[in-house]
Design a protein around this ligand. Structure first.
Ligand code: SAH
Length: 198
């Protein structure tokens, strides 16, 4: 599949209806999700592989992994409302995944590849840390998105836990006006995708 086709398909993934700020529910835009998934696929980390989508939300990485022929996807999400939409998205695209309602900290199944857009820690400092630790515990290869201004901290953590960063990709991530503490209509955050080998 071409990246552009994947992007167009992912445009149809339903987003949160009432995003919860304390869970930092920031939907990954289709253009960014397609770029990450296509990159992961081209690295041989998706097709025929077992994937964990940690903090799956409404499932854009779950759907995308399915479209790119992942063997199996585990979608871990703590919010029931998000999972309702995730299920609808799976039906709409005819994608199968194993949904796990709960905290990523309690998920313990080893996988080939983790793809995640964790909370960036804007509400709770370092809220992304349990995600990073869990990903590195269960995955052989990890794709993980973080706020660019925490780069030094994230790199140190990854190295300390025995991971090797093989690639970094930079994105402008739009945070829409959905939470009342955001005064401007839309803010753009610089984020970094890390590909990590364990
Ligand atoms: N992967 C989706 C959602 C990213 S937002 C996307 O890219 O569009 C982060 C998601 O993590 C939210 O849906 C939030 O509800 C979920 N989340 C936050 N803390 C969590 C935890 N401790 N365990 C599981 N899910 C969590």
């Amino acid at each position: 599949m071409k990246k552009r086709k994947l992007e167009i398909l992912l445009e149809g993934v339903e987003k949160y209806r009432n995003p919860k700020s304390f869970l930092e529910q920031y939907f990954t835009p289709a253009v960014i999700a397609a770029d990450i998934l296509f990159f992961a696929w081209s690295m041989g980390d998706v097709e025929g592989k077992t994937i964990a989508d940690l903090g799956a939300g409404t499932g854009i990485f779950t759907i995308g992994s399915g479209l790119l022929d992942a063997k199996m996807v585990y979608s871990v999400e703590i919010d029931k409302d998000a999972i309702e939409i995730l299920k609808k998205n799976m039906e709409k695209y005819g994608i199968r995944a194993k949904i796990i309602l709960g905290d990523v900290r309690d998920f313990n199944i080893p996988v080939d590849t983790v793809i995640q857009n964790p909370p960036f820690g804007s509400q709770n400092r370092h809220a992304d840390l349990p995600f990073l630790e869990k990903a590195m515990e269960i995955g052989k290869v990890i794709y993980t998105l973080h706020n660019a201004n925490t780069n030094d901290f994230i790199e140190e953590k990854i190295e300390a836990m025995g991971g090797k960063i093989t690639h970094k990709k930079f994105y402008d991530f739009p945070i829409p006006h959905m939470f009342n503490f955001h005064r401007k209509e839309r803010v753009i955050w610089k984020v970094i995708l890390y590909r990590v080998n364990m």
